[in-house]
Design a binder for this molecule. Structure first.
Ligand SMILES: N[C@@H](CCC(=O)N[C@@H](CS)C(=O)NCC(=O)O)C(=O)O
Length: 206
């Protein structure tokens, strides 16, 4: 398997955490895509992922899988013992729902703020910025943090009792928020405590 990515970016980080959780990091060859230089917008990369985003998982038979959730589901099911995406129908549905709430309400909102209301990846990449919309996304991200703080008042992890793909998305969202200088409100004690706890996992700490 190969992962086309830019190491250190938030979405590639999600897949790296999933790989580490599953003990699969050594089974993957990482291929550097120079996103700040626009390599992801060139024909060669677009033939792998028309959405022009990293990461992309390339299987040995040449199949290309993009979207962190799809890649994580694939990796999680390879060994027949999913640990990140739920096992029962109910767990799978709740994990999917909470992952998507976290992705839309936090990670994607932070990304939209970064790409639209800050210099982002630079003028060659950020050609269609809309600053007022980007600034609204910053407020949305903070609302997302407040929602997740309420969730984590009731349960130890984003989708319930166990660490899951939804926690990976939440960690990437908060790390990206920190990078983009969006502070977690100080009164979000549950979310702040969750972040400290999850940052200690070997898959994240390294
Ligand atoms: N929903 C996608 C998001 C992927 C994404 O936005 N990746 C960023 C890097 S963190 C990217 O490739 N950005 C390129 C750009 O903004 O032009 C996923 O889950 O993989």
């Amino acid at each position: 398997m190969k992962i086309h990515e830019f190491a250190g970016f938030p979405n590639p980080a999600r897949v790296r955490i999933a790989l580490a959780e599953k003990g699969l990091t050594d089974k993957v060859e990482f291929i550097h895509v120079d996103v700040p230089a626009g390599e992801h917008q060139k024909e060669e990369f677009l033939s792998k992922n028309p959405s022009a985003t990293v990461p992309v998982l390339e299987l040995d038979d040449g199949t290309m899988i993009s979207e962190c959730t799809a890649i994580t589901e694939y990796l999680d099911n390879l060994d027949g013992h999913p640990t990140l995406t739920g096992t029962t129908p109910k767990q799978r549905a709740i994990t999917h729902m909470m992952q998507r709430r976290t992705e839309a309400g936090l990670l994607d909102a932070v990304a939209a703020y970064f790409h639209h209301a800050t210099p982002g990846l630079g003028p060659d990449i950020e050609k269609n910025q809309c600053e007022p919309w980007g600034k609204l996304q910053r407020d949305r991200a903070v609302e997302g943090m407040r929602y997740l703080d309420r969730v984590l008042a009731e349960q130890p992890f984003v989708a319930g009792e166990d660490f899951s793909m939804a926690d990976i998305t939440n960690f990437a969202g908060l790390a990206f928020a920190d990078f983009a200088s969006i502070d977690v409100p100080a009164d979000c004690a549950n979310l702040n405590a969750w972040y400290k706890k999850v940052a200690e996992r070997p898959s994240i700490k390294g």
